[in-house]
Design a protein around this ligand. Structure first.
Ligand code: NAD
Length: 504
């Protein structure tokens, strides 16, 4: 007899050490998009329990900030080890809760392991500067100090990786962390917390409350947003959410890292390797059922290669396997819920009204009525109009023609979001123009690969309505610390800067 998803979930949670009281007997349903069925009943936090968690995190920070950074790195090293041991279970739980195909569920956990490795190395760096002083017998330096409690608010589509990008850096930087995962993916968060607690137990003397999770909806996120004891809120989700969260954090002079919606585009040039472009576009646009912030949503194809590429893409859309990610070998899983399917249908309707020709997009009869599987949609548009300018969080690719690269770049940049972008070309002049100051206006600009699937070594994030935040690699760690400039006088004189005289 095959195991039900509820039983499979219970077995994974039990193996990972999540107490049944955390996910049974409560009022908040946990649902799998694979079938749409309820698999858990959680007890949500309240503004009062959230306030207590923040207070504990604040007190933990006051101890943790004094622990040497390389020792803090040891905790993240242990977390990486525990994640390696739990990779199969946590990856399977990501598939159950977010509907990802197995390689993407496992890939998400691999990304968590990768950022732990990165953060461990970082714990022996966190470099400051020494700066030449204009005054004799003086030295200037810049030091990076821990910030305090970091609030992490995350989206359903990367239910655990986003936490790790933030938490691994925040912890080695000397901060404590309070995480409010999406209300659509609380089980993976509880599982991650259990894995972290194993690392904490092995670490030995970490302060109580160093990293906590709060279960609930926007009102619990709001508790982090409003608290003056949370100097940094890192919020990942829709631009709509960021429009609320950003100003509220700014109002109390808190800091925010905003990782919001994308409306990512690719440009196909006449010299492109079309076989490679086809594969990159297919993965970028249909992978994760179009539910990545970096999903390819708009494609500008040069007139001279349009007929050689687009019919092949249409055929790929018609034949791509859509199905239950827990069984078989489907490449595209379900949409997260009914609302996502309805938003997809509304966008397709609006595209038709704006003159678009829609290929695919229909609901597929896979699983019970409570599950929402759709054939990915490719829409040939006469122009960038109607729904093309907005992110619809579903697998819709709008395809448009161009016959001039500068005009294509102008169209590419003419939307609110600014997350990821790519160009397909073998012409150096074209790729360099795209990467230049006059090219893509996005935080990520790729050549001959798609818009999605970033590695953790680079800083991740986008401009404009994507919020401007950066997470993960490069020097994104600086966002989790405060900078202090010090001038040290080792002389017996007191010369003032800029030649100012003040003799008393
Ligand atoms: P969402 O905005 O509905 O929710 C995201 C999180 O914000 C959830 O935890 C939610 O509870 C919380 N939230 C919502 N309103 C809030 C408020 N007023 N105060 C505090 N917290 C609040 O997004 P979603 O549907 O879960 O995720 C999809 C969206 O996330 C897409 O737009 C996608 O592009 C974006 N996303 C962006 C990135 C990135 O790195 N740029 C990564 C993943 C997803």
């Amino acid at each position: 007899m095959t195991q039900s998803i509820a039983d499979k979930t219970a077995a994974i949670l039990s193996r990972l050490g999540v107490a049944p009281a955390r996910w049974t007997g409560g009022t908040m349903p946990g649902v799998t998009p694979v079938t749409g069925e309820e698999i858990a009943r959680l007890t949500p936090d309240t503004p009062e329990t959230a306030a207590r968690a923040i207070a504990r995190a604040k007190s933990a920070f006051e101890t943790w900030r004094n622990v040497p950074a390389p020792r803090r790195g040891e905790l993240v090293r242990l977390l990486g080890e525990e994640l390696r041991a739990a990779k199969d279970d946590l990856g399977a739980l990501v598939s159950i809760e977010a509907g990802k195909i197995p390689s993407e569920g496992l890939g998400e956990v691999q990304e968590m392991i990768d950022i732990c490795d990165f953060a461990l190395g970082l714990s022996r760096q966190l470099y400051g500067l020494t700066i030449a002083s204009e005054r004799p017998g003086h030295r200037m330096m810049e030091t990076w100090h821990p910030l305090g409690v970091v609030g992490v608010i995350s989206a359903f589509n990367f239910p655990v990786a986003v936490w790790s990008w933030n938490a691994a850096l925040a912890l080695v930087c000397g901060n404590s962390v309070v995480w409010k995962p999406s209300e659509k993916s609380p089980l993976t968060a509880l599982a991650t917390q259990a894995i972290l607690e194993r690392a904490l137990a092995r670490f030995g003397d970490a302060p109580d409350g160093l990293a906590q999770v709060l279960i609930g909806g926007p009102e619990i996120g709001e508790a982090l947003v409003a608290s003056r004891d949370v100097p940094l809120v890192s919020a990942t989700g829709s631009t709509r959410m960021g429009r609320i969260v950003g100003p509220k954090v700014a109002e109390r002079f808190g800091r925010s890292i905003l990782e919001l919606g994308g409306n990512n585009a690719g440009i196909v040039c006449p010299s492109a390797d079309l076989d490679m472009a086809l594969r990159a576009i297919a993965f970028g646009a249909m992978g994760t059922a179009g539910q990545r912030c970096t999903t390819l949503r708009r494609l500008f194809v040069h007139d001279s290669v349009y007929d050689a590429l687009v019919p092949r893409l249409v055929a790929a859309y018609a034949s791509v396997s859509v199905g239950n990610p827990l069984e078989g070998e489907a490449l595209v899983g379900p949409l997260i819920d009914r609302a996502a399917f309805e938003a997809m249908q509304q966008a397709l309707e609006a595209a038709r009204a704006a003159g678009g020709t829609v290929h695919g997009g229909e609901r597929l009869a896979i699983g019970p009525d409570s599950a929402f599987y759709a054939r990915p949609a490719l829409v040939e548009m006469p122009a960038q109009a109607g729904p093309v300018a907005e992110e619809t969080f579903a697998p819709i690719l709008y395809v448009m023609r161009h016959n001039d690269l500068s005009e294509a770049i102008a169209q590419h940049n003419a939307v609110g979001a600014g997350l990821s972008s790519s160009i397909f070309t073998t012409d150096l002049r074209e790729s360099e123009l795209f990467l230049s100051a006059a090219g893509s206006d996005c935080g990520i600009a790729n050549v001959n690969i798609g818009t999605s699937g970033a590695e953790i070594g680079g800083a991740f994030g986008g401009e404009k309505e994507t919020g401007g935040g950066r997470e993960s690699g490069s020097d994104a760690w600086k966002g989790y610390m405060r900078r202090q400039t010090s001038t040290i006088n080792y002389s017996r004189q007191l010369p003032l800067a800029q030649g100012v005289v003040f003799d008393i």
